[in-house]
Design a protein around this ligand. Structure first.
Ligand SMILES: C[S@@+](CC[C@H](N)C(=O)[O-])C[C@H]1O[C@@H](n2cnc3c(N)ncnc32)[C@H](O)[C@@H]1O
Length: 424
C-alpha cells in the first residue's frame, strides 16, 4: 500500500478520505493533545506524534525513516488558516517596503518546518489544503526575506516537482457546502508530470455545478442533505432528538434570541425583521443594509428598532441598558442572525457553527442553529466511520464544533486521492 505522512492532522477527519481512497497513513503530527488523542482513537495503527512541528520535525522525520525506510508516497499538510490574510499580496508587499507591516502571524510560518520535512523526505506527492487567501499570504522565510507562501513552496521543492495551487468549491464535488479552499498539489513522479502537462491540474473533474447541466448534476442543497431530519428548536425539551441520533442536538437560545429568529424569513437576517404587531405588520421599515466601504463589509448605523408605523419594538437584535433602560440595536453585520436557504448548499461551516450570531448559521426554517449531526452530514463526516470519544468518553460539543469547523471534508480528499491513484 502507498504510504502517507499527515501533518497538522487535528483529529484526523479529512484523513478518513485518504484511507477510503486506499492509501495508508503511517505517521501524523498534531499540536493539541485532545485532538491527537481523538486521532489515536480513530486511527489506532498510525504513529501519531503530539507536539509542535517546530520542535518535533526531527522526531517526525526519524519516525518516518524508522517505520518506512522509503520516501512517502504522499505528504498531506493542512496548516492552520486563521493567520492567512485576506489583504492583497500587492498591498502587503507595499506595506513591507514602506516599513508599515503589522507583526506577522507566526502560524503562517508553519510552512517552513513543513517544507523542511518535505525536502528531507522527498515525497512523490505533496498535497496541501488551506483557505483561498493562502495564495496571497506573504511570510518571511528563514533568511527574513518576504515571499509568497506558494512561491516559497515551489522554491523549496525545486525543479523536479510540478504542480500548482487552485481554489476549489466543495459544492462542485457534490458536498452540500459552498466551502472554498486552496488545494495545492505537486508531484515528482513521471506519471504525475505527464498528467499535469496534459491537464494543467491535478484536481479531479468537478461533478456538480450550481444549476446542473447535461454533464453535471446540480449542487446538493440543504433540502437534499438535511431536509428530512426530525425538527428541533433551541428551547428546553425540544433541542435534542438523541433517540434519532446522539448528535442531533442544538444549543439553547434565550427567549429574546428565539423571538428574533422566529420572525426571520429564510435567507434573511434578524437585523431586517419587520413589524410583528398583529394589528400593524408593516413591512417597510428600513433594513440593516449591507455595503462595502474602504474594502470593509459594513452595515447601517441608523437601523431602526421601532416600527416606523406603529412604534412597536421590532424583533431585531437589541439590548437594554441596565442603567438607563434605553434599548439599542446590537452591533453586528447583516450576516449575523442570518438564516441559511433550503435550496442552496450550506455556507462554509466554521468553528462557530453553533452560534447564531456568527456568519449565516441559523437553520433555514427552524428556530435554532444546525445540529452537530447536520454539521457532520454537511462536512461529509457522516459518510465515514468516525467517533468523537476518547476511551469511551465523549469529547465536549464545543470541541466537536472546533474540530469539524477546521476539518477538511473527507469526501473532497478522497476524490483528490483517487484521482492521483488513477494515474498508476
Ligand atoms: C486546519 S486543522 C487540520 C484539519 C485536519 N486535517 C482535519 O481534516 O481534521 C490545523 C491543525 O494544525 C494544528 N497545529 C497548529 N499549530 C501547530 C503546530 N505548531 N504544530 C503542529 N500542529 C499544529 C492545529 O491544532 C489544528 O488542529
Amino acid at each position: 500500500m502507498k504510504k502517507v505522512l499527515s501533518l497538522f492532522s487535528s483529529a484526523g477527519i479529512g484523513e478518513r478520505g485518504i484511507e477510503a481512497a486506499g492509501l495508508k497513513i503511517i505517521v501524523s503530527n498534531e499540536l493539541e493533545k485532545i485532538r491527537s488523542d481523538l486521532y489515536k482513537e480513530n486511527h489506532p495503527d498510525v504513529k501519531a506524534i503530539c507536539g509542535d512541528i517546530w520542535t518535533e520535525k526531527e522526531h517526525i522525520i526519524h519516525e518516518w525513516k524508522k517505520v518506512c525506510g522509503t520516501e512517502p508516497f504522499l505528504i498531506y499538510a493542512t496548516p492552520p488558516c486563521q493567520g492567512m490574510s485576506s489583504n492583497g499580496a500587492g498591498k502587503l508587499l507595499r506595506e513591507i517596503r514602506e516599513g508599515r507591516r503589522a507583526n506577522e502571524d507566526p502560524r503562517n510560518r508553519l510552512i517552513i518546518p513543513t517544507m523542511n520535512i518535505v525536502t528531507e523526505l522527498r515525497p512523490h506527492w505533496l498535497l496541501l489544503e488551506n483557505v483561498p487567501t493562502m495564495d496571497q499570504t506573504i511570510i518571511s522565510d528563514e533568511n527574513g526575506k518576504s515571499v509568497k507562501i506558494i512561491d516559497y513552496i515551489a522554491q523549496q521543492l525545486g525543479a523536479g516537482y510540478t504542480g500548482k495551487a487552485e481554489v476549489v468549491n466543495c459544492a462542485d464535488y457534490g458536498i452540500p457546502q459552498t466551502r472554498k479552499r486552496l488545494i495545492t498539489i505537486f508531484s515528482r513522479d513521471p506519471e504525475g508530470i505527464e498528467y499535469f502537462q496534459k491537464n494543467a491540474s491535478f484536481l479531479p473533474a468537478t461533478t456538480h455545478t450550481e444549476t446542473g447541466d447535461l454533464f453535471k448534476k446540480p449542487w446538493v442543497t440543504l433540502r437534499n442533505a438535511i431536509g428530512g431530519l426530525p425538527e428541533l428548536s433551541a428551547e428546553t425539551g425540544k433541542n435534542e432528538r438523541k433517540d434519532f441520533h446522539p448528535y442531533h442536538i442544538v444549543p439553547l437560545l434565550d427567549k429574546d434570541k428565539r423571538w428574533w429568529i422566529q420572525n426571520t424569513p429564510e435567507g434573511d437576517t434578524a437585523f431586517n425583521n419587520q413589524c410583528c404587531n398583529p394589528s400593524c405588520l408593516f413591512k417597510g421599515n428600513p433594513s440593516h443594509g449591507s455595503h462595502y466601504k474602504g474594502g470593509v463589509h459594513q452595515s447601517n448605523k441608523n437601523t431602526p428598532i421601532f416600527c416606523e408605523r406603529c412604534g412597536a419594538l421590532l424583533p431585531r437584535p437589541t439590548v437594554k441598558d441596565a442603567k438607563t433602560q434605553e434599548i439599542r440595536l446590537i452591533r453586528g453585520f447583516d450576516t449575523a442572525y442570518r438564516r441559511m436557504e433550503w435550496d442552496k448548499p450550506a455556507p462554509t461551516l466554521t468553528q462557530k457553527m453553533h452560534t447564531v450570531t456568527s456568519d449565516k448559521k441559523v437553520h433555514p426554517s427552524q428556530n435554532r442553529a444546525l445540529s452537530l449531526y447536520e454539521a457532520m452530514i454537511i462536512q461529509t463526516i457522516a459518510d465515514y466511520p468516525y467517533k468523537f470519544s476518547i476511551d469511551g468518553k465523549e469529547v465536549s460539543r464545543n470541541t466537536i464544533c472546533q474540530i469539524i469547523g477546521e476539518s477538511v471534508p473527507p469526501k473532497l480528499i478522497e476524490m483528490i486521492c483517487r484521482n492521483i491513484l488513477s494515474l498508476y
